[in-house]
Design a protein around this ligand. Structure first.
Ligand code: FE2
Ligand code: FE2
Length: 442
């Protein structure tokens, strides 16, 4: 359904031009002095791509979109495709709302779990900015109507995982096409989306406006992002929240408010757990110049994890799947567990020591990891009762190839299917039974 600018303006009280006109008319009717806004500047376009959904949660959803030039904006959303009785959420929330010349963000809150919502962005170009009192607006740009489903226990567990995309756009296009064809409820982007990020424009391109055909690549299927080691590299990346929003603080206790990337929620029968393994060299490594502080971060996540796994909707889930970037196990005795001066971590022993016993206690079936640029499967063992699937990488050879991992619950099992995106071949199929102890299953 096409909703045009006219329909927005007809019902709109959102932006200054309309509001000012009404205020001025009322004042003139009373014979009062009025402020006449400067004329609207025609033909100014700011929107660069379709919106990108992010940080999906049972009761909230993030919306971000790329703009090219100073703009303000909002999202209208409703439970029907006509957007009747839509609510409007301003970018920047309360107070004086946001201006940004690269990315706008809105968080939709108070949503119901397992529910489809329709939404569209409204972008107001700040066509001319001279000072706080001297602004000329453009014409509002009304986006296409998209929709999403919030996670919840009633939603079919259907998800995809991509990882180590490393701004390889030739591969990213086919990865996205494969995911869109599958139609998951959400896509886990399991780290190393970036390489090194020294300015915001680079992150905006990577996440909000990648140079691929599908500008709507995450407009209807939210991204569930977990940091990779590269996603900590560069001086600007420390402000990544301006492009990829942090998880809502209300998802966790005040003790854990600094844990911005961890998530734990139900997608159908699957409890989705997100952990952040951090950088790939120890904090004391001289290359970090003393700036790295990941060990306390990993320990703080263990405290969060223990509580998250005890939450009833997680503890009662038939399946628990953990997503993190650096693997938590490697069978090669020469593999670097992340505590050596030489080279980068093949796996993250500090995280495994902190989190692994909690996985075992809770009955986590599988960890989905990345980072090695080589697909592999590590079956569970008696001493390590969780399996591990490691996604591929951005190479183009039989060792290093991009993968999409598809997860769905069907036939009484959780099935993970791993596809080589270069060849189109399925290279791995892994099935998991419901957890022992879950609702009487033994
Ligand atoms: Fe990587
Ligand atoms: Fe990595």
């Amino acid at each position: 359904m096409e909703l045009n600018r006219r329909s927005f303006l007809a019902g709109g009280t959102l932006f200054a031009a309309g509001a000012l006109a009404r205020t001025a008319a009322a004042a003139r009717a009373k014979g009062e002095e009025t402020y006449t806004p400067p004329p609207v500047v025609r033909g100014v376009r700011r929107v660069k791509a379709e919106p990108v959904l992010q940080c999906p949660a049972p009761d909230s959803m993030g919306v971000a979109w790329a703009v090219d030039g100073l703009a303000n904006g909002a999202v209208e959303f409703s439970d029907n495709p006509q957007l009747q009785n839509a609510k409007t959420v301003r970018c920047g929330g309360f107070g004086m709302t946001s201006f940004d010349d690269q990315a706008l963000q809105v968080r939709l809150v108070g949503l119901k779990p397992g529910t489809r919502y329709w939404y569209r962005t409204i972008t107001m170009p700040i066509a001319v900015y001279k000072s706080a009192y001297t602004i000329q607006l453009g014409e509002p740009e009304v986006g296409n109507v998209h929709s999403f489903v919030t996670p919840g226990e009633s939603v079919p567990a259907r998800f995809c995982v991509m990882n180590d995309t490393h701004e390889n756009w030739k591969q990213f296009g086919p990865i996205v096409e494969d995911i869109l064809a599958f139609g998951p409820a959400l896509t886990v982007w399991n780290g190393d989306a970036t390489n090194t990020t020294e300015e915001k424009a680079r992150a905006v391109e990577t996440f909000l406006a990648p140079p691929i055909a599908r500008k709507d690549y995450a407009a209807d299927i939210p991204l569930l992002f977990t940091n990779g080691n590269h996603d900590f590299r560069g001086k600007w990346i420390r402000r990544l929240d301006e492009v990829m929003m942090a998880r809502l603080p209300s998802e966790r206790s005040s003790r854990d408010w600094d844990l911005k990337r961890n998530f734990a929620f139900r997608l159908g029968d699957v409890a989705m757990i997100g952990l952040d393994t951090g950088e790939d060299k120890p904090d004391w490594h001289p290359k970090w110049m003393g700036f790295a502080n990941f060990s306390p971060y990993r320990a703080a996540q263990a405290v969060w994890l223990k509580d998250a796994l005890a939450r009833p909707e997680i503890a009662n889930a038939p399946y628990i799947v953990v997503f993190c970037h650096i693997p938590l196990f490697d069978s090669d005795p020469d593999a670097n567990p992340g505590d050596r001066f030489e080279n980068w971590a093949d796996w993250q022993k500090e995280c495994a020591d902190l989190w692994g016993p909690l996985f075992a206690e809770a009955g986590v079936q599988v960890v989905v990891a990345a980072h090695k640029h080589h697909y592999r499967y590590d079956p569970a063992t008696a001493s390590r009762p969780w399996a591990q699937v490691v996604g591929g990488g951005p190479g183009k050879n039989p060792w290093n190839f991009p993968t999409v991992i598809k997860g769905e619950t069907t036939g009484g099992e959780l099935k993970l299917t791993v596809k080589n995106i270069l060849t189109g071949q399925v290279v791995g199929k892994h099935a998991f039974k419901p957890r022992k102890g879950f609702l009487g299953i033994s």
